[in-house]
Design a protein around this ligand. Sequence first.
Ligand SMILES: *Cc1c(COP(=O)(O)O)cnc(C)c1O
Length: 356
Amino acid sequence: MSRPIIATVDQQALQHNLAVIRQQAQGAKIWSVVKANAYGHGIERCLAGLSATDGFGLLNYEEAILLREKGWQKPILLLEGFFKASDLALLDRYRLTTSVHSEWQIEALANAKLSAPLNIYVKINSGMNRLGFRPQQLKAVWQRLAALPNVGEMTLMTHFACGEDPQGVVEPLACLDDAAQGMNISRCFANSAATLWHPQTHHQWVRPGIISYGASPSGRWQDIAGTGLKPVMQLRSEIIAIQQLNSGDGVGYGYRYHASGEQRIGVVACGYADGYPRHAPTGTPIAVDGIMTRTVGRVSMDMIMVDLTPCPQANIGSSVELWGQQVKIDDVAQPCDTVGYELMCAVAPRVPFHVI
Ligand SMILES: *Cc1c(COP(=O)(O)O)cnc(C)c1O
């Protein structure tokens, strides 16, 4: 048949997480963020599980068009806005809501010939210095945009640099409140971290990404363990060989691991060419036949080795969870100095996906 590695996407977990988010959002509407092919899960594979959301946030036109072609009629928000003035024809055709973050985009909107006004998100830079107008520009920018026949509904938008920090939204919120004083306008500020931990940012719309997929915006699973969020992706494979080591035997490229006594190790069909991080050190958590154990030695392109000491019954064909329900993706990312976001997005094209 095929190589035993497989990634699964759990529709019920997606649905469940959306319900958890709805509860958290306290009446705010939800943009489910599905950029980067739904954080590596596959937009098409997530569509059914997220169908109860209020809108999809993304940034590729291809992904927006795909959603429209699959019959999605509710709003789609372009988080990075449009890239060229000529792109406005496409936004018009597919009825895409766009963020507006730069001066040239106002000009482009003023000069475009559209069949109907576009809804826009006016993006303010609240300190991150990535995208957006300065808070002091808000009122002038807003007035100019509101006067354009091509502009429909307008919403104020910002993105937090430190949403996972307990004090992380205080300053940005204060500066936005100040800038928007006296304006009775719709607002959309909260990413996953702010949706979970800063209810004062919820306003009319929230924009959760990572928590929709059941991983933590802080990179620490413990931080969301009490929320009921469920991991959506499982990456699993099988043991394809066993080695019996004697004390002092090395394992893998560069002998980065040596057995300190007799030890049984398993060879798993999964390596960095599948998206498993090459930086994963010896000791990274992994489960064999449902028993937690650890990786040993360097991750190679197609294989990784695991310590079978805690699971002596394991053998060729034993199932291995790289991440999923039992091995949290955050707990794999952490020893690799990265976040679950990156691991999800990096599952390689050669890994087959399966929707459950
Ligand atoms: C990616 C993104 C989000 C979602 O971020 P999470 O941390 O995954 O919740 C929200 N808003 C914008 C503008 C984004 O780019």
